[in-house]
Design a protein around this ligand. Structure first.
Ligand SMILES: C[S@@+](CC[C@H](N)C(=O)[O-])C[C@H]1O[C@@H](n2cnc3c(N)ncnc32)[C@H](O)[C@@H]1O
Length: 170
């Protein structure tokens, strides 16, 4: 007999766990954020997490990155804060526009394809590490490899939904 404990986890369950972990991590970080600096949102998509970030962090500047704007009309950043292009290029060269290092980077670029995510991890990790302030946080749907960061504890939802939280130690 297949029980709740032994049956496979469905994609719907993984998705719900992922969204739960994403919301929880962003809210935990928003409550704990004690370093100055903007928020970088990597992946505007529909604009849902951008809208949540601006709701829970109303006093932070939020810069949003995506190769195109396909968001709900109510969730599109103003032109000064929307950075359009390939993130591999824009994140590397956004310094003059963004200014200070980021207090929080939210990376929502996961494809669900393990090989594609490994490729992204290789080029994204150093770019994100470079743009994060000491003491700043990175919440990510891709596991990242960043030597000067500690991986923070993950809930069951984060494990199941494949979401990670890091803090820059120096
Ligand atoms: C999963 S969606 C983001 C969802 C969004 N955070 C939300 O809550 O609605 C990922 C987005 O990242 C963008 N994206 C993925 N890889 C990218 C890259 N290398 N450069 C620029 N944009 C990228 C896609 O165009 C897509 O809009």
């Amino acid at each position: 007999m297949t029980t709740e404990a032994t049956r496979r986890v469905s994609r719907l369950e993984v998705f719900i766990a992922r969204m739960t972990a994403q919301k929880t991590f962003l809210e935990e970080v928003a409550a704990a954020l004690d370093v100055p600096g903007p928020v970088l949102e990597l992946g505007l998509g529909n604009g849902r997490t951008f809208d949540h970030l601006r709701t829970i962090l109303p006093d932070r500047e939020i810069f949003v990155f995506d190769r195109s704007i396909t968001a709900h009309p109510a969730s599109i950043p103003d032109a000064d804060h929307m950075i359009v292009g390939e993130i591999r290029d824009t994140l590397a060269f956004c310094g003059p526009r963004v200014g200070a290092l980021a207090a929080l980077v939210h990376c929502d670029l996961g494809s669900g394809d393990p090989t594609a995510d490994l490729v992204k991890r290789a080029w994204l990790s150093p770019l994100i590490a470079e743009r994060t302030a000491p003491g700043g946080y990175v919440a990510s749907g891709i596991e990242l490899e960043m030597p000067d960061f500690e991986a923070l504890p993950r809930s069951a939802d984060a494990e199941r939904g494949r979401y990670w939280l890091y803090r820059k130690t120096r």
